[in-house]
Design a protein around this ligand. Structure first.
Ligand code: GLN
Length: 315
């Protein structure tokens, strides 16, 4: 388990990291597959640290809402495991894919069983599983209730314009869904499951809200109890091995903590037993993960000593 080595130094460390991010010239490339994301100002950066029972610390643009995109896969997974338990693993695996988030390659080789719940194919199956016995409206209502309860914030909502744009441009996701269906691994019509999936991707949150929403995965005294300790451990394991697609190994190497990224530039990282950290910067690296967000997390881990693999001597 990581140890809370430097609580008094955290505010200064956050300011320092935000200043470094602000000064950075290489900011990555903002996602441009939908106009709502393409229009986002790449100069923004935010970081927030939530710890059970303590005030959330922030630096930068932590009050600006952004599209959480694939970070939503984590909340939908928690919901699916709550409803189906281990039955979910009959339909989706627990191995890193080593391929991009929207890759079709392994799906054909592995007969429609996606490698893990954090790539698009696996997330589409997870959402489809939550739709067993629930309408899309009910599933999305349950997802929002979960996220709001986790964050302790009723203001969190879905951006319908983003969801509509995702639907117009989501040809690859439609291909994945139809392919899953051809293998009997999609119970609902592709439009129905994808309609739900596109809306979950369009949840908007600020960095502060996202850090607070991650507290349920920190565990320990004072953290919200929305899932069991055993499930916290397993979701964190999946975040570590699969949370950054084909960049998961790199994130584990550089940061050493379980994290889940989204193409909107957000990353939620868990320091087990200690803290939930959200970073946001819209420019992406070549894996589709936030460029400055990853760099900021690498610096935070080095300066605090936070890592599940033992402390760093400093970068
Ligand atoms: N909405 C995006 C998609 O499904 C989410 C991908 C991501 O955040 N990596 O393609």
């Amino acid at each position: 388990m990581a140890v809370d080595t430097a609580p008094d130094l955290l505010p200064a460390i956050l300011q320092e990291i935000a200043a470094e991010a602000r000064a950075s010239r290489d900011r990555g490339k903002v996602a441009d597959y939908i106009p709502e994301l393409a229009a986002i100002d790449p100069d923004q950066f935010a970081i927030a640290i939530a710890r059970p029972g303590q005030p959330t610390l922030t630096a930068g643009d932590a009050a600006v809402p952004f599209s959480i995109q694939s970070v939503s896969k984590l909340f939908m997974l928690a919901l699916a495991l709550g409803r189906l338990g281990d039955r979910l693993w009959n339909r989706v695996g627990r191995e890193p894919s080593g391929h991009s988030f929207d890759s079709m390659l392994l799906l054909e080789l592995e007969k429609g069983r996606p490698r893990n719940p954090f790539i698009n194919a696996g997330a589409i199956v997870t959402t489809d599983a939550v739709l067993e016995g629930a309408t899309p409206r009910e599933a999305l209502g349950a997802l929002l209730r979960f996220i709001r309860a986790a964050a302790g914030d009723e203001a969190i909502h879905i951006n319908d314009r983003v969801a509509a744009s995702e639907t117009t441009t989501g040809h690859r996701n439609f291909a994945l869904a139809h392919y899953l269906r051809s293998h009997g691994n999609l119970s609902n019509p592709p439009e129905m499951t994808l309609g739900t999936y596109f809306h979950q991707c369009a949840v908007e949150m600020t960095c502060t809200q996202l850090a607070n929403a991650g507290l349920f995965l920190v565990g320990g005294a004072g953290a919200p109890r929305l899932v069991s300790q055993a499930r916290i451990r397993r979701i964190n394991a999946l975040m570590m091995t699969c949370g950054h697609y084909d960049g998961s190994g790199d994130y584990a190497f550089r940061v050493g903590l379980p994290g889940k990224s989204g193409v909107g530039g957000g990353i939620l990282t868990i320091v087990p037993g200690v803290a939930s950290v959200a970073v946001w910067s819209p420019g992406l690296n070549h894996y589709g993960n936030s460029h400055l967000g990853t760099q900021a997390m690498e610096r935070l881990a080095a300066r605090t000593g936070w890592s599940v693999f033992g402390p760093d001597g400093g970068v």
